[in-house]
Write a protein that binds this ligand. Structure first.
Ligand code: C2E
Ligand code: MG
Ligand code: MG
Ligand code: MG
Length: 285
């Protein structure tokens, strides 16, 4: 019975793997023409100052509606776009669209210090002309470099060659854009490496925020990350803030910015703009 069970279990495992592979092939196939067919859209989620409760920026999050597969989560299709190399063109589209939108928002009366954050995959980052491409997009859209934040995951940064990575980051920063380390705490970077990265912002991964305010382990990690970010002169952003208690805890520990469903879900661009302008309307009286 044990042997039979083992056999079944391994067949189930293989079927599951095959299913995943088939799914990835289907996604890769459908992704090929998604850009030219206009199937992508950016949604925007607020980054909120925890002290004043006002929105100070937005993260652009990619949404894909495939006519054949339906809505597919970026957590599923971004890895496929990376494996197939499609992320280069998709990422360039994301950057241009977000910069164009942010410029229009500034022209429409968003606060002058509002910033848009764009996620960048390591494959984009590895392109030798990436800093030049960013500069060209800023020039083309008329967006000030200071209004753009590039988010890169800690795990992507940790996998790269130190010197080349630091040089590319420095070059990007010279153009005036800000750099943010995303999903921080999940990537196993050494502290000495982190100290050498010319980054402006640390985003505390939502897996640590989830346990707040009561789980001792989450508190220990979050407090340590906040202390470290502060020592390195970085702005601290917590992602996945869902409850008031989490927001209060983070603000109390010195984390400046929160992002999460407590404040706003990712919204289509027009809904987001309305939400920001409403949130910032001065009290009548
Ligand atoms: P991320 O950059 O860490 O983005 C944060 C994710 O957390 C988003 O998932 C967001 O919708 C979700 N989130 C926000 N607030 C909450 C909350 O309060 N609770 C919970 N449980 N989740 C929350 P999303 O939009 O599904 O994106 C997943 C990941 O896909 C992103 O993680 C990012 O790594 C990647 N991604 C999204 N758009 C792009 C893109 O344009 N380019 C690249 N390279 N990656 C992207
Ligand atoms: Mg991000
Ligand atoms: Mg993140
Ligand atoms: Mg994440």
């Amino acid at each position: 019975a044990v042997a039979a069970e083992g056999g079944n279990a391994s067949r189930v495992f293989r079927a599951d793997q095959a299913g995943k592979l088939l799914e990835r092939l289907e996604i890769a196939h459908a992704l090929r023409d998604a850009l030219s067919a206009g199937e992508f859209e950016l949604h925007y989620q607020a980054k909120v100052d925890l002290a004043t409760q006002t929105p100070i920026g937005a993260e652009a999050l990619l949404r894909w509606h495939s006519p054949t597969l339906g809505r597919v989560s970026p957590a599923v299709f971004i890895p496929v776009a990376e494996e197939t190399g499609l992320i280069i063109d998709i990422g360039a589209w994301v950057l241009r669209d977000a910069c164009r939108r942010m410029k229009a928002w500034l022209d429409a009366g968003f606060p002058a210090d509002f910033r848009v954050a764009v996620n960048v995959s390591v494959q984009q980052f590895r392109q030798p002309d990436f800093p030049e491409m960013v500069r060209a997009v800023l020039e083309e859209t008329g967006l000030p470099a200071s209004a753009l934040v590039l988010e890169m995951t800690e795990s992507a940064l940790a996998g790269e060659d130190d010197a080349g990575m630091v040089a590319t980051l420095a070059m990007l920063r010279m153009t005036g854009v800000s750099l943010s380390i995303d999903d921080f705490g999940t990537g196993y970077s050494s502290l000495s490496y982190l100290g050498r990265l010319p980054a402006d912002e640390l985003k505390i991964d939502q897996s640590f925020v989830r346990g707040l305010p009561d789980t001792a382990g989450s508190q220990t990690i979050v407090n340590a990350v906040i202390a470290m970010g502060r020592d390195l002169g970085m702005k601290l952003v917590a992602e996945g803030v869902e409850t008031l208690a989490q927001g209060d805890y983070l603000g109390g520990q010195g984390c400046q910015v929160g992002q999460g469903w407590l404040f706003a879900k990712p919204l289509p661009a027009d809904d987001f703009a309305r939400w920001v302008l409403d949130a910032r309307v001065p009290e009548a009286g």
